[in-house]
Design a protein around this ligand. Structure first.
Ligand code: NAD
Ligand code: MN
Length: 511
């Protein structure tokens, strides 16, 4: 932030270690989806601004000391950045709640502590062995062989609005841990968490200029420049499958490395022997956490016919008591959805579900509470009589809408669970862990939770099968996506070096 105009602070671009105004001097407001209030004016980068950021990242990589810094030193520096962010975590929690409509509980109990743990984990992984182990090689030549881990180069990173801080950490932390430089673009709706984090990092003075660059602006302008610019080596994107497809095409022109974390329509399967108290609350948590605005949300709930009526009664009873309210109040279960457009999309899907023949046993409405009239609020919806082939069961709604699908026999449930273009996550609820694991193995998804949901660990990989993405984030798997692997071969004698090509005469074959 560099200047303020009236009440709304202006936020600039962060390029080459400095805050700078966009060349065209364009700004647009970012708002609080609970109240509609303008929180700040955000710089709108154009292609030229984006190029400046990319050039800064290129120079910091090619000419700077960051990529070749000793791993232990880089690790200590990253730990110091996390300490600084941790010390001012309340400011980031505030940005999460106000800019992104995230509830007090989600910000304080989930996103901030989890994000700090994940950042620390990569700070630790930065102190890595620079060599991959290789077996002794004897053929075609006895030789010493080294396999080096090296950073890829300039990483272009584009993130969504649903977890602004966490997504920024998942991108920046592994990229820096591996020695890369970064140009990152936050989502248009939620730039403040990343800008706050950048301000904190900037004030430590620890990162060399150009190692981290933050470009705010329209996705359709900044995105394609990052994805096509020949100075960028890798793209990491989290967002919709639709934009992911475009990004892959754009990155193809210069064969960039691409990792994608995309959409989902995750199945959550209740088995007949499930602990119902646990499974009912767990199913609500799986779907309605952050209003269903999570890529891994368990939005298709499979319930066996034998316990269907009881399960549904308890589910609807609990769901109808969820409190919809301002993101800042401590007892809010569901805050606002991100935008007026998203609210209309959700209402459109509810209308479509009714048209397709599903029954809204709980019908989402805009709340009447006068305090909520300027925000984008909607109460939860639960559909029964859902057929897995309906659009409401196949398309990602990204709102508080749960589709309940009745099943007869486990085979039937597994077949329907896998009948989707997505494969990000799934849930299985059972008292019999052996059965639950056997079901988990048959689900085509990157993460399966048993008697739990949304639990994402720093040490375990997260990512999608099928059209939910390419690659993995977190753990050593996440770090690998930011490393190139180089093989160096040194012969132990010269019998097989270039000379042998000239010296050896092939024996004649006898006729
Ligand atoms: P989105 O795809 O609309 O936007 C994501 C980002 O891409 C934003 O920063 C946007 O400005 C940018 N963008 C838009 N058009 C672009 C273009 N043509 N080229 C390059 N960049 C462009 O997604 P969203 O609405 O911000 O987020 C919701 C989606 O993200 C959902 O589909 C959700 O499932 C997915 N998501 C996935 C994960 C995961 O880990 N798999 C996590 C969070 C969200
Ligand atoms: Mn906002």
């Amino acid at each position: 932030m560099n200047r303020s105009n009236g009440d709304a602070p202006y936020y600039n671009l962060y390029i080459n270690g400095q805050w700078r105004a966009p060349i065209a001097e364009q700004y647009r407001p970012t708002i609080d989806p609970s109240t509609g209030e303008t929180l700040g004016m955000i710089a709108q980068a154009d292609i030229e601004d984006t190029r400046l950021a990319i050039r800064a990242a290129r120079e910091a990589f090619d000419d700077g000391y960051w990529p070749s810094m000793a791993p232990g030193e880089r690790s200590r520096l990253l730990h110091a950045l996390v300490d600084a962010i941790e010390a001012r975590q309340d400011e980031i929690a505030d940005a999460e709640m106000r800019d992104g409509g995230c509830t007090w509980r989600k910000a304080h109990l989930l996103d901030i502590p989890v994000g700090l743990i994940h950042f620390r984990h990569f700070a630790k992984l930065a102190d890595m062995e620079p060599l991959e182990p290789v077996p002794q090689i004897t053929f075609p030549a006895l030789s010493y062989n080294f396999v080096l881990r090296e950073p890829i180069g300039v990483c272009g990173q584009i993130i969504p609005w649903n977890f602004p801080f966490l997504m920024a950490v998942w991108k920046i932390a592994p990229a820096l841990a591996a020695g890369n430089t970064v140009v990152i673009k936050p989502a248009t709706f939620t730039p403040l968490s990343l800008l706050k984090m950048t301000e904190i990092i900037h004030e430590t003075g620890l990162l060399p200029p150009g190692v981290l660059n933050v470009v705010t602006g329209p996705g359709q302008v900044v995105g394609p420049e990052i994805c096509t610019n020949p100075m960028v080596d890798k793209i990491a994107f989290t967002g919709s499958t639709e934009v992911g497809r475009e990004i892959m095409q754009q990155a193809a022109s210069t064969i960039k490395k691409v990792t994608l974390e995309l959409g989902g329509k995750s199945p959550n399967i209740i088995l007949e022997d499930a602990d119902l108290d646990l499974a009912v609350d767990g199913s609500l948590w799986a779907t309605f956490m952050h209003n269903g605005q999570a890529c891994e949300s368990g939005t298709r709930l499979f319930v066996p016919a034998s316990i269907y009526d009881e399960f549904l009664e308890r589910l609807v009873d609990r769901a109808s008591k969820l409190r919809v309210g301002l993101s800042s109040s401590g007892d809010t279960d569901l805050g606002p959805v991100i935008s007026a457009g998203q609210l209309r999309t959700i209402e459109e899907y509810i209308r479509l579900g009714i048209e397709e023949g599903a029954t809204p046993v709980l019908l989402g409405k805009r709340p009447e509470d006068p305090e909520l009239q300027n925000g984008f609020f909607i109460t939860p919806t639960i559909f029964t009589d859902v057929d897995n082939s309906m659009r409401i069961a196949q398309e990602e709604i990204f709102g508080p809408v749960l589709c309940v699908i009745k099943y007869d026999g486990l085979e039937d449930a597994i077949r329907m669970a896998n009948d989707t273009i997505y494969g990000l996550a799934a849930g299985v609820w059972s008292r019999d862990i052996e059965t639950a694991v056997s079901v988990a193995k048959r689900i085509r998804a990157g993460t399966v939770w048993i008697n739990d949901y949304h639990m994402i660990n720093a040490e375990a990989p997260f990512g999608g099968y099928k059209q939910s993405g390419i690659g993995r984030e977190l753990g050593t798997w996440g770090l690998k996506e930011y490393l190139e692997i180089k093989h160096i071969h040194v012969p132990l004698n010269n019998e097989r070096s270039g000379k042998f090509w000239f010296d050896i005469v092939a024996p004649r074959t006898s006729e």
